[in-house]
Design a protein around this ligand. Structure first.
Ligand SMILES: *Cc1c(COP(=O)(O)O)cnc(C)c1O
Length: 388
């Protein structure tokens, strides 16, 4: 039987950190970051105008093969805008998972809609297409204007699965289910840049919209930033227009044709993002190597380690192990953090937060099991990866 010290030793060895603090996830700047940021300062174009935003969007189009990429100020704003443009309206219900960062539900709430929680799959930790079908067919009915939840009469405005820790959910099956039901699919791919689902397609490109985040703890960072992905020829340009105050192009006139949002990514943040993106492949390779090291060592100890789902390729943004129960989980969290190895439990299920506690939900068996046992362990890109 393994001890907590055995697990801590595996983490320290994998990070070549025999002593001192091991962070959960630190950003890594080893390329052109300083140079590009300095260029924006030298040019004075640090804010809403500048070449790095266009360059960042072009690099993301190439990386994801999405037809339209719109850089935004953060991932939450990207999700808010995607939901609005997907047609989510005041009073709607949006089907999502309770295992996620709070931003997923907040973006739904910003639209005046309410989340309804559907269970996740144990192998992907993402929204289960079976649970989605079950929720629709037991709690909802199809009407002339689409699906409605029977109890509240509220319209189902969208479905938002999340690719948890970078592991792709069963996204092709979800896309099929949503297409059949006529429900817009918006993928929260905040954690999944560099991850691929069924058929080798990039996460975030299966739905009407996908969204990314470049917060400081993600696989690459702009300091803060996000992006909207879509193939839709009308909604792509509209998303750009609406996130940039809906200003009509003119050399000196300030004229706006709708209530837009100031959700644009500043040029100085895009500059950081461009330099980071140049190292994306190296970062993903290092993370996959770290995960393979963890998988081998934890198999030897008999500790369950979360691996990428079948038919997918994960960026392994954040690694996770499963403890036997919540008591042992809590004891391990204390022991590891006391030892300077930063670990944390999975987010408190969103259905338990005060503002979402009254929302509708289906059975949440896997959600409850994961919420009580999962521990995230240090997952930073290591010192040798991605040198310029
Ligand atoms: C990081 C993250 C977001 C977006 O976060 P921002 O900090 O607004 O960029 C959204 N959803 C999930 C699941 C995330 O992990």
């Amino acid at each position: 039987m393994h001890t907590f010290d055995d697990i801590i030793a595996v983490i320290r060895t994998a990070h070549n950190a025999p002593e001192g603090p091991v962070p959960l996830h630190a950003p890594r700047f080893c390329g052109n970051e300083g140079d590009y940021v300095q260029q924006t300062i030298a040019s004075t174009f640090v804010s809403s105008v500048g070449a790095f935003v266009d360059r960042f969007e072009a690099m993301l189009r190439e990386a994801t093969e999405a037809r339209h990429v719109i850089a935004t100020v953060n991932g939450t704003a990207a999700l808010h805008m995607a939901l609005l443009l997907a047609g989510v309206r005041h009073g709607d219900i949006v089907l999502t998972q309770a295992v996620s960062f709070v931003a997923t539900c907040n973006a739904i709430a910003y639209c005046g809609a309410a989340p309804a929680f559907v269970d996740i799959d144990a192998d992907t930790l993402g929204l289960s297409p079976d649970a989605l079908r079950d929720f629709l067919h037991t709690r909802c009915e199809r009407t002339a204007e689409g699906w409605r939840e029977r109890a509240s009469g509220r319209r189902i405005g969208a479905c938002v699965p999340m690719h948890t820790f970078g592991h792709p959910c069963r996204i092709a099956a979800l896309a099929e289910e949503c297409a059949r039901a006529g429900i817009p699919l918006v993928e929260d791919a905040a954690e999944a840049l560099g991850s691929y689902g069924d058929g080798g397609r990039h996460a975030g490109t299966f739905g009407l919209f996908g969204t990314l985040s470049f917060n400081g703890n993600k696989i690459i960072t702009c300091g803060g930033g996000g992006a909207i992905l879509t193939d839709d020829p009308q909604l792509g340009p509209l998303a750009k227009h609406m996130t940039t105050t809906a200003k009509l192009p003119h050399r000196w006139l300030y004229r706006h044709d709708m209530t837009g949002y100031n959700y644009r990514l500043p040029n100085i943040n895009a500059a950081l993002g461009c330099a980071q993106l140049e190292n994306l492949d190296a970062f993903v390779a290092d993370k996959r190597d770290l995960a393979a090291t963890y998988a081998r060592a934890f198999a030897g100890l008999g500790v369950p380690f979360v691996v990428e789902p079948a038919k997918s390729r994960s960026n392994y943004w954040l690694n996770a192990i499963l403890m036997d129960d919540a008591t042992r989980r809590d004891a391990f969290l204390a022991a590891s953090n006391d030892a300077g190895v930063m670990t944390r439990p999975v987010w408190e299920p969103l259905c338990d937060l005060p503002m979402y506690a009254d929302c509708a939900h289906g059975p949440l068996t896997v959600t409850r099991d994961i919420a009580g046992r999962l521990v995230n362990i240090p997952s930073s890109v290591r010192g040798t990866a991605g040198a310029a």
